[in-house]
Design a protein around this ligand. Structure first.
Ligand code: GRF
Length: 203
């Protein structure tokens, strides 16, 4: 299977996928990495791994629609089976989301449907929740919604700061995101009535 990864910054989730692929545990071809920020650190990481990279600066486009059309053109050159949003910090237009329906993943740093949007770790601390985590989901038109593929939970511990909690969650992101992509690549994910079924998954 062919995947294209979209990033905006550090790209550690992308890196986790590259590592899993290199270890022979992720049967995908990472065809390209695209960033909407030319200075995204992850672009260097991807290029160093020999992956085709593109930067499409959203500020150079007249608006969201124009940017998303250009982005889709860039993606479609690689004819990916799956498009992976990995720290891609742009809201996508409904037309874009429709185009990749059923083959567009996102990772969100909370246990959705809790804490959609930004600053999830600080909000979790402010609410005093004891369990926090991350979610991989299929992208639908509604921001940070869409059928859940996999989640991981972490404890919130006394004395946690936004940084310590984020780091604990990030370690789980690096585990579950490659897992979700692996399931997709193995053809084990099925969408039925807006829910994800994983064929052969252990409870
Ligand atoms: C991750 O925490 C992801 O959940 C969020 O942005 C961060 C991206 O990190 N959407 P990285 O670029 O993958 O290192």
């Amino acid at each position: 299977k062919n995947i294209v990864i979209l990033i905006s910054g550090r790209g550690s989730n992308m890196e986790a996928m590259i590592a899993e692929r290199d270890a022979g545990r992720l049967p995908v071809n990472i065809a390209a990495v695209i960033s909407n920020r030319p200075d995204a650190k992850g672009l260097e990481t991807a290029a160093a791994a020999g992956i085709a990279t593109h930067s499409l600066d959203h500020k150079a486009y007249a608006g969201r629609d124009a940017f998303d059309v250009a982005l889709a053109q860039c993606i479609d050159e690689y004819a990916p089976d799956l498009v992976v949003l990995a720290g891609f910090m742009r809201i996508l237009t409904p037309a874009f989301v429709r185009r990749y329906e059923g083959r567009l993943f996102n990772i969100h740093p909370s246990l959705l449907p809790s804490f959609p949007g930004l600053h999830t770790h600080q909000r979790a601390l402010d609410e005093g929740v004891r369990i926090h985590g991350c979610t991989v989901h299929f992208v639908t038109a509604e921001l940070d919604h869409g059928p859940v593929v996999i989640q991981a939970a972490v404890p919130v511990v006394d004395g946690d700061s936004e940084a310590t909690l984020a780091a604990r969650v990030l370690r789980q992101e690096h585990r579950i995101y490659p897992q979700a992509v692996r399931w997709f690549a193995e053809g084990r994910l099925r969408l039925a009535d807006g829910r994800v079924q994983v064929d052969g998954a252990m409870a």
